[in-house]
Design a protein around this ligand. Structure first.
Ligand code: SF4
Length: 201
């Protein structure tokens, strides 16, 4: 078994994002999890705390987990990019070179945790894990990556903060994902009702 890609501050300078980071945001959760969630990149709160999905997006992420009957303790959570991408003082979308530079850490996580399914959150995570550029067509569907775990792309939680219509799509996607998790025998706690966050009744 390889070591998890857990990096100490200042360890990695593969791309220029090390210059402005407070912390590298490594993966967290259960290193033997059957379900891995991969997000995009740290924002301000994550950069300070060193743990993925804080703040408003974190609340939506936890609601998503709760809806699926999962928790931060039962999954493995990481990001496509481990240092905060900044444009001045604001977050920005990671650049292709940064995604490529950080990808070995992501792949190392995948190899070590060896999950049955990787749930990607948003376009960047999907592209980094799959190497494909068809997020819009594939979102909400189960995909096979040759020789790797199954892949299930979802919207990024931050995308849903102000988009109620997309929450309805997320509702549908989560039901599909839940059915698949049952099919492959993932142990899930009692789930929240669909209408709680994502599905309007
Ligand atoms: S974003 Fe990834 S590749 Fe770039 S410095 Fe941080 S850990 Fe290294």
């Amino acid at each position: 078994m390889h070591d998890l890609a857990v990096l100490e501050l200042e360890d990695c300078r593969r791309c220029g994002l090390w210059k402005a980071r407070t912390r590298i945001v490594n993966g967290s959760g259960n290193p033997r999890a059957a379900v891995m969630f991969t997000g995009e990149a740290p924002g301000k709160a994550e950069d300070l705390k060193g743990i993925g999905f804080q703040g408003q997006a974190g609340k939506i992420f936890e609601a998503l987990l709760s809806y699926l009957g999962l928790s931060r303790e039962t999954i493995w959570l990481n990001n496509a990019i481990r240092c905060r991408p900044l444009n001045g003082r604001k977050n920005r979308t990671p650049r292709m070179g940064e995604i490529e530079a950080c990808r070995p850490w992501l792949l190392q996580d995948m190899e070590t945790v060896d999950p049955k399914v990787v749930v990607t959150l948003g376009r960047i995570a999907y592209e980094s894990v799959s190497g494909r550029q068809d997020f819009t067509e594939k979102r909400g569907r189960l995909l096979d990556i040759s020789g790797g775990p199954a892949l299930f792309p979802l919207f990024h939680p931050a995308y849903l903060i102000y988009r109620r219509a997309s929450r309805q799509l997320m509702c549908h996607d989560l039901m599909e994902l839940g059915r698949y998790l049952d099919e492959i025998g993932i142990d899930r706690a009692k789930q929240t009702r669909p209408g709680d966050v994502f599905c309007e009744s």
